[in-house]
Design a protein around this ligand. Sequence first.
Ligand SMILES: [Zn+2]
Length: 289
Amino acid sequence: MSEMNRIDHYLSTDGIRITVADITDAAREAQEIHHLPSLSAVILGKVLNAAAILAMDFKNHEGVSLKWETNSPLGTIHADAYEGRYVRGFLEHPDDGCVPYAPDREADWISRKGKLFVTRYSLLKMPYVSAVDLSNSDAAACVSDYINSSDQTLSHVELEALIDGEGKIMRMAGFIAQLMPEGDRKLFEELFSRDRKWDLFDESGKENALSTLLHKENYVLIGSAPISFRCTCGEDRIKHSLQGLPQNEQNSLLEDDHIEIECHYCGKKYEISRETLMKWFNEKGGNVQ
Ligand SMILES: [Zn+2]
């Protein structure tokens, strides 16, 4: 790995493109904000990491939103990566992931007859959604399957978490390798066969460390940015969505002297007074009494 809390984009002269992201602090922050037990924390961390590495077109500010229907007690997982450097996300039922995390059981929690919806957008592309049915495999293999079918390029994804004895995230990182159209297919298949696992945290030192590969002279760093957890919520967004509500729902919001809204993504609480609501609804040309 290159560095903690960074996303790096590499291109090799063999025509292999690699985007690697270490989102350790973002995954830890997500665990803290949402009070996640180990299994939920690892799975949300992996889905956040997947969103980050799928936003490969950093020059055109590609953003990626994942809606991961696990079909397990965890429910649906939401994760966004945007502006090439921010991630945010949450799980629908985090407390149901209370059993200890075990890598060989990951598929049971994430992909048993589940479905993954991916929205991608950039300066050049209008948002578009594609979906893939998940086969019984771990998060990384699910993302590989998605990208291989949607982009029709040979790709390989790995996602790796380290947790301590108390179930707290210690490290979270992942990468995607893609064969470019003119790339060396034989070499790609050797490097990124499905059963080969790269060491993302330089634990074993030599041979299998991804950083050793990326530091070879034919790999060029074409983009790099710090990465962190950040939400896009704010009063403006709340205002906009409340203004879009039907009249009867707006009226019922005015029954109390204030309303409380909590952001699913970051847990931030907003308290909005009746006066503010009145102002917002009237601004929009409504006729609330
Ligand atoms: Zn938020």
